[in-house]
Design a protein around this ligand. Sequence first.
Ligand SMILES: Cc1cn([C@H]2C[C@H](O)[C@@H](COP(=O)(O)OP(=O)(O)OP(=O)(O)O)O2)c(=O)[nH]c1=O
Length: 192
Amino acid sequence: MSALILASASPRRQELLKLLGYPFITQPADILEQKHPQESPSDYVQRLAQEKAMAVLMQSAQPDTAVLGSDTVVVVANEVLEKPVNFEHFQAMMQRLSGRSHQVYTAVCLATANQQWQCCVVTDVTFRELSAEDIETYWASGEPKDKAGGYGIQGLAGKFVTRVNGSYFAVVGLPLYETEHLLKQWLATDSE
Ligand SMILES: Cc1cn([C@H]2C[C@H](O)[C@@H](COP(=O)(O)OP(=O)(O)OP(=O)(O)O)O2)c(=O)[nH]c1=O
């Protein structure tokens, strides 16, 4: 029986993968998340998703295991925003996102010992203008700390969002349609 491992510490990714109905276990990947200077956002998220999947696959003793890794970043005017390290960093991020559109890139990599399937989903998200009070109150909620771009569309930041064009679930951390497609490709080869 083939086993599926989610290489993630993200509670959002666990909840989203559960929605697809495939049994899985979770084993977070410990990798360095650092962008190379000339790397595009798309290359960067795809590399990290692949590195997360491969790091956990290497540790797996079971030969017929598939490992799913994923990464999400927020991109504004081609600049990658990751998780905020402190209030000043968060404040600068929110000022960049206020009153304009940005892109959320989420990559998913499903890896087995013999094969890999990968996708990268880009979603446009538009924020209303944010006041200094909005930014302070949101930081005080604690929600921004563990999230790319410093916000969670599924939480209190939902009220900042005027428009989403693309995959809502990719913004939260795992694109459901595309991830199911990868799983189906794996299961098709698995039953050959
Ligand atoms: C933009 C956005 C991000 N996020 C989250 C999804 C991811 O958990 C996180 C992006 O950081 P990631 O580095 O992609 O993921 P992670 O460190 O949380 O988990 P792991 O690497 O172990 O899989 O931001 C939201 O929950 N809502 C949002 O609206």
